[in-house]
Design a protein around this ligand. Structure first.
Ligand SMILES: Nc1ncnc2c1ncn2[C@@H]1O[C@H](COP(=O)(O)OP(=O)(O)OP(=O)(O)O)[C@@H](O)[C@H]1O
Ligand SMILES: [Mg+2]
Length: 265
């Protein structure tokens, strides 16, 4: 584990839509922050599918990780410390708390608890807040208790958005949900990022709508559509490592610069 007098900034990548680039965004940002910018990064896997855990070489179908952090951490009378659950990755600046299918049970179990349903991730991360510069949470597509816990801990929510009619409705629903969350977590700031952007009129019109009418703050740089992103996903590698020069990797670099400026301001 990386140590030092840091002050960990927590970022969640979340959208209620599936397959729109949440994991690609989360993994690319983690990789660029850690391996290119040399920041200490802790990744939290918030999706029972475990795609991020797989990409960073730490997926174990029966292994411990996020379920234990949420259900069985010392801050809630359990037996695990956060440091017991952190796994090193092959990347020297990036560690991870992985997850697997048990995270679905964790959601169900949390719903049945009477005490501290939503601040469990927040409380568990206190233990490592001086050990990393950034914590990046890849959320699943459901607005479940695990994701709500991550959003209660986060100060920055990145919402990947893809061109399409249903996305407009999803964004409107999400902005209502975010407002409710902000009543509890006042420091949560939200910014959307357009993913898989094409050069046709539909895509450009949608980008214009997103930037001017959606009500969301939007990253200046959209992520361009690139078949290399699909190849990186098939190879199960972070996109900026798989292809440092691909257009989508370049876009993610600009997004990380903007993010660092926003968060370090
Ligand atoms: N900029 C891009 N250009 C082209 N394809 C992309 C781009 N970004 C992501 N993809 C591809 O789209 C697919 C879905 O991406 P990803 O897994 O990141 O989405 P997700 O929102 O995390 O999905 P899920 O809801 O299953 O968690 C993957 O095959 C990925 O490689
Ligand atoms: Mg995903």
């Amino acid at each position: 584990m990386i140590t030092g007098g840091k002050h960990m900034k927590i970022i969640a990548v979340m959208s209620p839509k599936g397959g729109i680039g949440k994991t690609t965004t989360s993994d690319s940002i983690s990789y660029i922050l850690g391996e290119e910018q040399k920041k200490g990064v802790l990744i939290l896997e918030g999706d029972p599918q475990g795609d991020t855990s797989e990409t960073f070489g730490c997926y174990e179908p029966e292994g411990i990780g996020m379920s234990e952090l949420i259900e069985n951490h010392v801050s809630n009378g359990g037996r695990f410390r956060t440091t017991d659950l952190i796994k090193p990755t092959a990347y020297s600046h990036i560690d991870i708390i992985p997850a697997n299918g048990y995270l679905m049970e964790t959601d169900t179990n949390l719903r049945m608890k009477n005490d501290n349903q939503i601040f469990r991730v927040h409380d568990a991360l206190e233990e490592v807040k001086d050990a990393y510069d950034y914590c990046v949470c890849d959320c699943g597509r459901l607005f479940d208790m695990v994701v709500i816990n991550m959003l209660m801990a986060a100060e920055f929510l990145i919402v990947p958005v893809k061109v399409g009619g249903f996305e407009v409705r999803a964004i409107n629903n999400l902005s209502e949900q975010v407002e409710e969350l902000q009543q509890i977590n006042e420091k949560l700031r939200t910014k959307a990022v357009l993913t898989m952007r094409q050069k046709n009129k539909t895509s450009l019109d949608f980008e214009e709508w997103l930037k001017t009418e959606s009500g969301f703050d939007v990253f200046v740089t959209p992520v361009r559509q690139s078949v290399i992103a699909t190849r990186a996903a098939i190879a199960m590698k972070p996109l900026p490592e798989f292809s440092p020069r691909s257009i989508a990797s370049q876009d993610y670099r600009n997004i990380v610069f903007e993010l660092m400026k926003d968060m370090e301001a």
